[in-house]
Design a protein around this ligand. Structure first.
Ligand SMILES: [Ca+2]
Length: 439
């Protein structure tokens, strides 16, 4: 019924955007269907972490990333319920506080990373790696990239630089690989060589991580990447729309992963002594985390898409369980209730949450000089909400502070070398957008 209502709305509005949303609604139905399948992976009992202290990575804003569409479905303009606490320190800034310029047009761009020379690597979901000269909008191509399994929410994913890129020219990429009828994300590292013609190539490709097991379906890969200042690699690994694996320490779905830069598990990971896949895991109980960023105090923040309601912004604490699919501040897509976080205090509750959803994708915690009043605030891309969502922190509390309408689904957010904020619009013809202070 929700679908037919939605189809009617699409028809009435004749919006091309509905095509995209319709795909998402289908994914939602798939998700509900998958829940009834016997191939469900056995649930392990909820794991409690050993430590309750926030990670002490002591990292400056490392970097951020984001990915996957999600069901907007029938979201009548009901009142917005948003959780999160924090005083709203008043600042004087222009309204709107930025002006935009459209720098380049890409094809389903998904993630971006600035090179030291100011140019921008951009992944395109269908399997291309682009090199954008942001000074003139020229778009070149990096050759030698792996073949990707493109479809659904999958394809090329994130791209980040090794912290010592300037000397080792290593970049890290995530993408989807298919084996027969099953899929999973993989992470590689490779050497990037730039040429004089505005492009370049990859060599010395090494595979350093993969989602295990591969499963059916093409949703909830997550596969966002970040480095901290201690050279540890962080990977968000979604639940693949299979729910219970997020609580199973024998698989790495629905987990936040922490690795050395060569893909091995660090001995100070919380479950290292369990060996195997558990040794990779930093936290568990995640659904579809599509944004990861460190704040100025080295705290790690990860957002994830909730189901029907309940998008989350979580403060990451070593070894903790974030509750999915046992608790959520949203409900299943078919309306079946899920117990709220408040019913199970043994699970980490989100610091901020959204119902209706914003459909978060990509995130930075701003540290630049170009927008002094933005410093310390998170900026989250909104897919369904077609917005840039600004979150303000007060210590370990977080609350939405402003929401800027962008008119398109926002897939990715980055901070440029000069402190400008850069966005990637989602989908075919997605534009690279630069935000600077109003003239
Ligand atoms: Ca949760």
């Amino acid at each position: 019924m929700r679908t037919s209502l939605f189809a009617l709305v699409c028809l009435a509005l004749s919006l091309t955007a509905c095509d995209d949303l319709f795909v998402d609604a289908s994914a939602a139905r798939d998700e509900a269907k998958e829940a009834e399948k016997s191939e469900r992976i056995v649930v392990a009992s909820a794991q409690r972490g050993a430590s309750q202290t926030p990670i002490a990575a002591a990292s400056p804003p490392a970097r951020v990333t984001a990915p996957a569409p999600r069901a907007l479905a029938a979201k009548a303009a009901s009142e917005r319920q948003t959780g999160g606490r924090g005083p709203r320190r008043q600042v004087v800034e222009p309204d709107p506080p930025f002006q935009r310029s459209n720098v380049a047009t890409l094809d389903e761009p998904w993630a971006m990373a600035f090179l030291p020379d100011g140019r921008l690597l951009v992944t395109e979901k269908a399997g291309r790696l682009r090199l954008v000269n942001v000074a003139n909008g020229q778009v070149g191509t990096i050759s030698g990239v792996p073949a990707v399994a493109y479809g659904g929410q999958g394809g090329f994913g994130d791209v980040i630089l090794h912290p010592q890129y300037a000397s080792n020219r290593r970049i890290y990429l995530s993408y989807i690989e298919r084996s027969g009828a099953i899929y999973g994300a993989v992470v590689i590292r490779a050497r990037l060589t730039l040429d004089s013609g505005g492009g370049g190539n990859l060599s010395e490709i090494e595979r350093i991580w993969e989602q295990a097991p591969k499963v059916s379906g093409q949703g909830h890969f997550s596969h966002r990447l970040a480095f901290d200042s201690g050279r540890k690699l962080w990977i968000t690994s979604g639940d693949r729309q299979k729910f219970d694996p997020a609580q199973d320490m024998g698989v790495n779905l629905g987990k936040l992963i922490r690795l050395n830069d060569d893909g091995t598990a660090p001995s100070d990971n919380p479950f290292f002594s369990q060996g195997g896949i558990a040794a990779q895991v930093w936290t568990l109980g995640h659904r579809n985390p599509l944004g990861i960023a460190f704040d100025g105090d080295g705290r790690l923040w990860v957002h994830e898409m909730g189901p029907l309601g309940g998008d989350e912004l979580n403060l990451i604490v070593k070894g903790r369980n974030y509750g999915w699919p046992i608790v959520s501040n949203g409900n299943h897509y078919d309306g079946t209730p899920i117990p709220n976080h408040s019913t199970r205090p043994e699970f980490e509750a989100p610091k901020a949450w959204w119902t209706p959803v914003i459909a978060p994708a990509g995130m930075i915690i701003y540290s630049g000089n170009l927008f002094p009043t933005f410093r310390g605030d998170a900026f989250i891309g909104g897919l369904a909400s077609q917005a840039l969502v600004r979150v303000r922190f007060n210590g370990t509390n977080a609350t939405e502070y402003r929401r800027y309408a962008m008119g398109q689904r926002i897939r990715e957010v980055e901070q440029g070398p000069d402190g400008a904020i850069w966005l990637l619009e989602d989908g075919a013809g997605g534009r690279l957008v630069k935000l600077t202070p109003p003239g």
